[in-house]
Design a protein around this ligand. Sequence first.
Ligand code: GLV
Length: 328
Amino acid sequence: MKPFVYVTRKLPDEITSRLLEKYEVEMWPKEEEKVPREVLLEKVKQADALLTVISDQLDEELFSQADQLKVVANMAVGYDNVDLQAASKHNVAICNTPDVLTDTTADLTFALLLATARRMMEAAEFVKQGQWKSWSPMQLVGTDVHHKTIGIVGMGKIGTVVAKRAAGFDMEIIYYNRNRHEVAEEMLGARYCSFDELLQEADFVVCLAPLTEQTKGMFQREQFQKMKKEAIFINASRGPIINEQALLDALQAGDIAAAGLDVFEKEPIDADHPLLKLPNVVALPHIGSATKETRLAMMETCCDNLDAIFEDRPPKTLVNKELLTFRQ
Ligand code: GLV
């Protein structure tokens, strides 16, 4: 009998066809709407595998009902939606999709930085609303990006390739990370500094850290107050790393100049959220990895990981690596 895979979001036909070659597949039929919790809890009882997205909460309650579950292929590099300890306790392999999205997410991060600095969303609206009457000397002036200082909080794979892009813009690169990143220092001239130093020195503070107990709420009002008044804050990792109310207060009080946000405390953010009313906020709907090529590559990685588990090979991107020894 083929293993049963429950997929929590409708995937493109080419991926479904690949899955159907080896598995019995059932899929939540909607692309734009998350699977209701009660449906997921019901399906997991029969599932040998889950293919999930970041809006699915995978916790003790779920794993404790998952008698047959061997693997979760989570279509994201971040796995803060998964209780890893619970997964390991129930002997469920958790796999993510790193690497294939690194450049794409870095592109978006840098695009968001440019769009915020150069007020591109405001400017595009200005043209579409018919407000463009003439070229004018100080119309929609933004701030330079080139030759400024970028401060990267979280120098992982994505942080490193954002730094590479910044180097192309002749930026000075400083970073704060759990560990030193010698390659970024040697290849890109990135300078390691404390979190406080970074906040004080950077013209662009770019958050790319994973959401963990340590990073949750890392940016409070105090951190925004330490930044330069002209600083621009960019977040392309996870919303809860920032206290959103503190960010709103900081923007309203002029502690910092602007923010570019691809992620939010609650996703989707309410359309009437006060942050979205500010002209100096560029808000995107969590699209860091959203290119056709990359999203398909992420899905293929999920399929590769499922295949590995059911063919008794170690999956390429296993997160809870302790399971490798546990399973032998
Ligand atoms: C998306 O946010 C991801 O973690 O891949």
